[in-house]
Design a protein around this ligand. Sequence first.
Ligand SMILES: NC(=O)c1ccc[n+]([C@@H]2O[C@H](COP(=O)([O-])OP(=O)(O)OC[C@H]3O[C@@H](n4cnc5c(N)ncnc54)[C@H](O)[C@@H]3O)[C@@H](O)[C@H]2O)c1
Ligand SMILES: O=C(O)C(=O)C[C@]1(C(=O)O)C=C[C@@H](O)C=C1
Length: 366
Amino acid sequence: MTTTTKIAILGVGLIGGSLALCFKGKSGLHVIGYSPRTASAEKYVERGVVDEATTDLEEAVKDANYIFICSPVGMLEDTLFQLNALTLRRGCVITDVGSTKASVTACASKLNWNEVYFVGGHPMAGSERSGVEAASVLLFENAYYVLTPTNDCPESVIHELRQLLHHTRAHIIQMNAEEHDRVVGAISHLPHIVATALVNQVRQYNDSNELHLVLAAGGFRDITRIASSDPTVWRDILINNRQVMLDLLQDWQDKVEEWKDVLLREDGEWIEESFRLSGDFRNQMPERRKGAIHALYDVYMDIPDTPGVIGRIATQLGQEEINLSNLQIIESREDVPGVLRLSFREERNWERAQVCLRALGYEVYV
Ligand SMILES: NC(=O)c1ccc[n+]([C@@H]2O[C@H](COP(=O)([O-])OP(=O)(O)OC[C@H]3O[C@@H](n4cnc5c(N)ncnc54)[C@H](O)[C@@H]3O)[C@@H](O)[C@H]2O)c1
Ligand SMILES: O=C(O)C(=O)C[C@]1(C(=O)O)C=C[C@@H](O)C=C1
């Protein structure tokens, strides 16, 4: 007799939906989605992201082997309290995907569980998009997936959760929850504040001079993508991690002061050195670590704004049997050469496309 592993996903949005897609259809796994809203629960099933869905929390978690809490950070502790009041399966593992780990881990540790275990989790992959519509089975591929088990968590529980998470194709690592919040504060939360502040600064200039938005090009776009992230999700993350953020913002303010001094004394050497150091450090980041959404293999090319040119390029790649995943025209306006972005899922196709397009006389850059 084969046993079924029941996985309850509470909150089937970008992250919950992507996890559901990783588990659904895998032998022996059954995925149930939960939303307090009927329309959302119906949507999860219609889109084929879960095997079934319910608006009844008790039904969702009844007999579940695993419970993934995938709602915004501000809801995590409430959900733990609700789960703690229900009868859960013996050996059930509760985990979450919240972008902060200290508070949820501390909350779970204070509650009395009867042979039920909590292991904090955080996949280091995401997008500025949100909702189940943005979910992707490839989202976590090659990304890091952090677990923050407490010292009293049995090794067998962590082992089983890690086995299940292999379906995400992420690299699973373990660390202490407080250390997680400090590191992730610097590499994820601070950049979201900086990007949002920068966009809003420019938005205000643009109110009096619309040329700001007209001229905004690759540099502005690259550093500000995450300023389009979900407001509720980020409100919760930043308020939850506020102690860490206050320290990081103090350091940021010091950096801003330092830059002001450098400009006042026209210290070109300092600027060059600063770009050298940042470039060297950034170049150490693995290229294209994750496999989804905005981490495809991209090729860019300038294209004249003339009819048929895109069709010709796609046909030429097709003739060479180079599999194209997506193409997009960036910032093309009448009479202005556009930039065409060609995206490939596989590195091999990305490399072949560059060779093919260059051989056909196109100028391409990556
Ligand atoms: N967006 C990212 O890049 C990213 C990456 C890693 C982790 N996270 C974390 O994942 C979690 C979800 O973020 P997301 O980006 O998937 O957001 P999302 O808005 O796409 O999804 C959140 C889902 O939770 C649901 N929800 C809200 N309150 C709920 C409740 N009380 N019970 C059940 N469901 C509820 C919403 O309806 C929505 O479907 C957050 O804790 C976030 O910090 C986000
Ligand atoms: O790529 C993005 O858009 C993200 O915001 C992903 C990102 C990040 O900052 O890297 C955001 C929040 C997470 O908790 C983990 C990853």
